[in-house]
Design a protein around this ligand. Structure first.
Ligand SMILES: [Zn+2]
Length: 286
């Protein structure tokens, strides 16, 4: 399945096969730990409707937004995906205008050049079929549709590689949350898990490619990350994409760099141990 498949339903079928990068060589609620009757905070209670004014069509709309004070962080996955109790934050990281189809991650929502504005108007707004999402929460499927729309907008407006990579990273994380939220007893569990994991990998692979390109051409901070954190992330993504040699090389850079803080260094050392195990296993297989 393509990164953007399904956009046809929004009138944007012609973008389903759009190229992500113009290259030179051209896990939700599943945290559901079985605790004894915790004071249940429902997902809807952790959200509010935030009003935005669309910078493309100038109309107002509301988007579900997380109430910062209502959520509790449980930790992060190795690749820095944050995990919260009873809510998958990744579902709420895109802002999409329901009137014209403009969508972006919140950090990029307000900013665009006049050329980008025209590109979005011509290639998104002109074809977009409004698609209401008026439930109390966003489902994973709705969130995935919003990410695909966000990625299509980024491609159309010729966003920097880092922005497109960041969207792919978060979409990959959304797929992981989708897998975690699956009902393990359902008959279609194995098939869905397999399909979602393959999609996660595909998005992470594209995130890695974009961050590597951005690393060569863009400055720091990048997507809110400093250089060492970005290198750590690249190394972990490379491990997840089974590019072990690249991963090892970048991890070594992180571990030996002067400015590295203790926590990142510790994570990188753990990752290197895990990576060596994987490399050993791979050699045995061959
Ligand atoms: Zn709009």
């Amino acid at each position: 399945m393509g990164l953007l498949s399904g956009l046809g339903a929004l009138g944007l079928g012609n973008l389903e096969n759009a190229t992500l990068y113009e290259t030179n060589d051209s896990k939700q609620k599943g945290q559901a730990k079985e605790k004894e009757v915790p004071p249940e905070v429902k997902e809807a209670d952790m959200l509010f409707d935030k009003t935005y004014t669309c910078p493309v069509c100038d109309q107002e709309f509301k988007a579900k937004t997380i109430r910062a004070g209502k959520i509790r962080m449980l930790g992060t996955d190795m690749d820095l995906r944050p995990k919260y109790e009873n809510i998958d934050m990744m579902k709420y990281e895109t802002i999409a205008c329901p009137h014209c189809g403009y969508a972006a991650l919140s950090r990029y929502f307000k900013y665009m050049t006049s050329m980008q504005l025209n590109l979005i108007r011509t290639n998104i707004c002109a074809n977009y079929h409004p698609h209401p999402m008026d439930g109390e929460i966003y489902t994973h499927e709705e969130a995935l549709e919003r990410y695909k729309l966000t990625l299509a907008n980024a491609i159309v407006k010729r966003a920097k590689a880092s922005e497109k990579a960041y969207i792919c990273l978060k979409t990959g994380w959304l797929m992981r949350g989708m897998t975690e939220a699956l009902d393990q007893k359902a008959p279609e569990y194995a098939a869905k898990k397999d399909a979602y994991e393959r999609m996660e990998k595909e998005y992470l692979k594209n995130a890695l490619e974009g961050f590597l390109a951005a690393r060569q051409t863009e400055g720091f901070p990048m997507c809110g990350m400093d250089e060492i954190t970005m290198d750590y992330l690249i190394a972990i993504l490379a491990m997840e994409c089974e590019q072990y040699d690249l991963s090892l090389k970048v991890l070594s850079t992180v571990i030996t760099s002067k400015g590295v803080n203790g926590r990142v260094k510790e994570r990188a050392l753990d990752a290197r141990d895990m990576l060596r195990e994987k490399m050993k296993a791979q050699r045995v297989e061959k």
